[in-house]
Design a protein. Structure first.
Lengths: 78, 321
């Protein structure tokens, strides 16, 4: 099971990112445990400077924009 | 090059809706169709282009460049960065924290934070297309100077105490996050287009409303009305413009059609600029986002400073042009 962390303060982009990942995971049948970190202090402490950002199983896979569906697919199937 | 949008306006207003070209309604509808489509198209194209170029720039690189630089260079770099960062203020905040945590001075970081939501490169291009190069330069320079001066004052008055304490206490642990992934050209274009589309999804309503307001003014306010009632001779026009803008908010691209129409109808450049920038910079959404990292005292200072700055800018440009 993949551990997905989405970082974002709560604006539309970050929410969209989380939704897209959940939807795609459901479509692909990949089990994920997804958490959304809204807290600024925590986001900054992880060294993230541009949101939305996505960390999967401890590795930063994306930052600074809403990812594309093909990106998400790649992460979930990798 | 943009004739096609005019033709589209003609098509809808005069052919499809068969409106009499001499009526106010016809003018308003024509303006609405032409400008909405043109703006949406141009913003998408420009944002893709800018996003593509910006893909080579990362906050990590900039943070690295800013560290240890002499103050004046740092201020200029900070506002330049603010001018080219995307609309979404929620990216400015993590950046703000990250910059402070690596020892970049508060003044420099605040300069970035002030300029970032105000100045946008795409808006600058579109202002240029709609109104002219003068206005564009005024817009960009105002945003950057207001940012630099603001940051400088904050530094001078040592307003660190008005920043939420947690910001300074953040321990950044970013080992392993700094590997720069090399993107292919195709990937960069894809990201840029994706970002542009996402952006349009967020701001399309502001554009529609902006064009709607512009269209209403265009069609229904007589030519030169503003010149008679709010011309450069009227000393109250500039502060009034700023005050009126406070309860208003729009994404800066939504103000482009309004600015275009106001100037066409005779509102002086300085007054228009003050109005537009106040609409964007002094707003509840903006304040709420800033509240996450700044104490209320700082927010009060911020609003007061911006208001005064724009009033001065308004008078200044009215006098210059």
């Amino acid at each position: 099971m993949k551990r997905v962390e989405v970082f974002g303060m709560g604006c539309a982009n970050c929410t969209a990112t989380e939704e897209m990942i959940k939807d795609r995971a459901a479509e692909l049948g990949v089990e994920i445990e997804i958490t959304h970190i809204y807290d600024l202090a925590k986001i900054a402490a992880r060294g993230i400077m541009s949101t939305p950002a996505v960390i999967i199983d401890g590795t930063l896979v994306h930052k600074g924009s809403v990812p594309t569906n093909s990106d998400i697919t790649e992460w979930l199937q990798g | 090059m943009f004739k096609i949008f005019t033709k589209l306006g003609d098509l809808v207003a005069f052919d499809l809706l068969a409106l009499d070209p001499t009526t106010h309604m016809a003018h308003a509808i024509h303006f609405f169709v032409e400008d909405t489509v043109k703006l949406l198209f141009l913003i998408t194209v420009l944002m893709t282009l800018v996003g593509f170029m910006r893909s080579w720039l990362s906050p990590e690189k900039v943070r690295h460049w800013l560290q240890g630089k002499p103050k004046w260079i740092a201020y200029l770099m900070a506002v330049s960065l603010g001018a080219i960062t995307p609309f979404c203020s929620c990216s400015s905040i993590p950046l703000f924290i990250a910059f402070l945590s690596t020892g970049i001075p508060l003044g420099v970081t605040m300069a970035f934070l002030i300029t970032s939501p105000m100045v946008n490169e795409v808006a600058a291009v579109l202002f240029g297309e709609a109104i002219g190069l003068d206005f564009t330069i005024a817009y960009v320079v105002t945003g950057m100077v207001v940012g630099m001066v603001g940051g400088f004052i904050i530094d001078l008055l040592k307003l660190d105490k008005w920043v939420e304490p947690f910001v300074f206490q953040v321990q950044v642990n970013d080992e392993g996050l700094n590997e720069e992934v090399e993107l292919t050209i195709k990937q960069r274009l894809r990201y840029a287009l994706n970002e542009a589309v996402n952006l349009i999804k967020q701001i399309w309503l502001y554009i529609i409303i902006g064009v709607g307001v512009g269209a209403a003014i265009h069609g229904f306010v007589p030519q030169e009305w503003f010149l008679e009632h709010a011309g450069a001779g009227n000393l109250f026009a500039v502060p009034l413009a700023v005050i009126l803008a406070v309860p208003l908010y729009s994404n800066v691209t939504g103000t482009i059609p309004v600015a275009e129409v106001l100037i066409a109808k005779g509102l002086p450049v300085g007054t228009t600029l003050a109005f537009i920038m106040s609409t964007v910079a002094i707003s509840l959404p903006e304040i709420m986002i800033l509240r996450k990292v700044l104490k209320p005292q700082m927010l009060v200072f911020f609003v007061a400073y911006i208001a005064i700055a724009f009033i001065l800018v308004g008078y200044g440009f009215n006098w210059l042009f």
